[in-house]
Design a protein around this ligand. Structure first.
Ligand code: PLP
Length: 477
């Protein structure tokens, strides 16, 4: 049993496994019961113009990249905004309120993921920032010599920071069991200091057995950091029970798009490390010669003016998610994911991606390809002709895409609390139309991105730019 508590009952998960309904490839029948949004999100009724002039409700199937703000988060930010002032730096009333808000947010976020009493919570910009911070804190003296072990299925954020120091990238095997065997063999061959692993693949939505990885790593003297960017929005994590040493995640993927993320974990490395951001707020005192007496963590790594609104927004999201009935989020997401997976697998030429033959749990993040169709062009078609937003490309996980033999990139549909069954149905219908009848308008490449040749879609009235994206550099991820 995983120590990442599912948002729905474990019994429901095992029942699914027995019925064969959790694995992507096993689902064949469409699920017809309608599913509505679980929580209100800002932009949930956004209208999107189509080429040709029609306007439809925008279908956001790109939660895994950046989730919309929860209405509760937006309301909280509006409520606290009048009190916005400097944090840790002012005696004024608003400054005192802001300081309190920031420090209370830190406590709320830590409690949401079940941090241990002596863990440190550093407010960062996002997961990438948090993992880079930790990369600078891994001790190079002591067991493992500072070496970091990482699987080749990771997002670049949990791969590239480690490559600046001693590291080994291990191949992912065909099954979960074989992958764990490879990890154990690597730890036996040579001790490591840290195992860096994602809680959930951002390409396939498959969950990793973090509790088993923690047990293996700890048995061989290594600590574990979990990249929780895709895990925390979908599963309730209890760090203390899970036993992982560090956890990183992003507010903007957790319905709090105000620029904050976190690194939570063991104090000793963070207190001993060089400050991540040297500057004001990170010191106790500085000598006339510029010699700093650095503060302990978390202040040590939070140089500069803290992002109080980001932290408050993230804490508000944590409160809203924690208030959901146990199992509600997972049941909501499972129903949508099963519906979409069933629909996708029924379309000729669609391949739903998965890392392992034997993985049984996945979240609402579904990577797929459409044979004979360029993913960037399909994404442009979905947007221009159907008002559907998905991600395309290599999802900042190039080694995994190569392992899956997906050389030209893929598409990814991802859900969250604001999603409904109609979102899945619209995507399925649009893809079916594409493979049956083809596109309804002409597309051309423009600075690396596919776009309709005649794009009549207006920008919002307030937007200071035109819809001409030729000046925007393409995202290479
Ligand atoms: N890790 C995973 C699994 C991700 O999916 C992402 C972003 O997509 C990141 C890390 C990086 O997150 P951020 O861009 O918020 O730093």
């Amino acid at each position: 049993m995983s120590t990442i508590t599912p948002f729905r009952s474990v019994d429901a998960c095992s029942a699914d496994r027995e019925n064969g309904t959790t694995g992507a490839a096993q689902v064949t029948e469409p699920i017809t019961t309608p599913v509505g949004p679980l929580l209100p999100v800002v932009g949930g009724t956004l209208q999107a113009p189509l080429v040709g002039g029609r306007v439809v409700r925008h279908v956001n199937l790109d939660y895994a990249a950046s989730a919309p703000a929860l209405q509760a988060v937006a309301d909280h930010v509006t409520e606290v905004l009048p009190y916005y002032a400097s944090v840790h730096r002012g005696a004024g009333y608003a400054s005192q309120v802001s300081t309190n808000l920031y420090e209370t947010a830190r406590t709320t976020i830590a409690a949401f993921v079940g941090a241990r009493a002596d863990d440190v919570t550093v407010i960062t910009r996002n997961t990438t920032d948090a993992l880079n911070l930790l990369a600078g804190a891994v001790p190079t003296t002591g067991p493992g010599g500072g070496e970091v072990l990482v699987l080749d299925l990771e997002h670049h954020a949990n791969l590239l920071p480690w490559t600046a120091g001693p590291h080994r990238v291990l191949p992912t095997a065909d099954t979960v069991g074989q992958t764990l065997d490879l990890l154990e063999a690597a730890l036996i061959e040579r001790p490591a200091t840290l195992v860096a692993v994602t809680g959930c693949s951002n390409v396939t939505g498959e969950l990793l057995p973090i509790d088993r990885i923690v047990a293996l790593a700890h048995a061989h003297g290594a600590r574990v950091v979990v990249d929780g960017a895709q895990l925390v929005p979908h599963r309730r994590v209890d760090l203390e029970t899970l036993g992982a040493d560090y956890l990183a995640f992003s507010g903007h993927k957790l319905y709090a798009p105000f620029g904050a993320g976190v690194l939570i974990g063991r104090r000793d490395w963070l207190d001993a490390a060089a400050p991540y951001l040297a500057g004001g707020g990170a010191v106790r005192s500085v000598s006339p010669q510029g010699q700093a007496d650095w503060a302990p963590a978390p202040q040590r790594h939070e140089g500069g003016t803290p992002n109080v609104l980001g932290a408050a927004a993230l804490a508000a999201a944590c409160r809203a998610l924690a208030a959901l009935p146990e199992g509600a989020l997972e049941a909501h997401e499972a129903a949508l994911a099963e519906r979409l997976t069933a629909g996708l697998t029924a379309i000729a030429g669609v391949r739903v991606l998965r890392v392992w033959d034997d993985s049984t749990e996945r979240v609402g993040v579904i990577g797929f390809t459409v044979a004979g169709h360029d993913p960037g062009r399909v994404a442009a078609y979905l947007s221009a002709e159907h008002g559907i937003g998905v991600r395309d490309g290599k999802f900042c996980a190039h080694p995994l895409l190569a392992r899956l033999d997906v050389t030209e990139g893929a598409l990814r549909a991802s859900f969250g609390v604001g999603s409904r069954s109609e979102d899945a149905d619209r995507l399925i219908a649009a893809l079916r139309e594409l493979v049956t009848n083809g596109e309804g308008t002409e597309y051309a490449l423009s600075t690396g991105r596919w776009a309709p040749v005649a794009d009549s879609r207006p920008a919002p009235a307030w937007a200071p730019w035109s819809t001409d994206t030729t000046t925007v550099a393409p995202c290479l991820g």
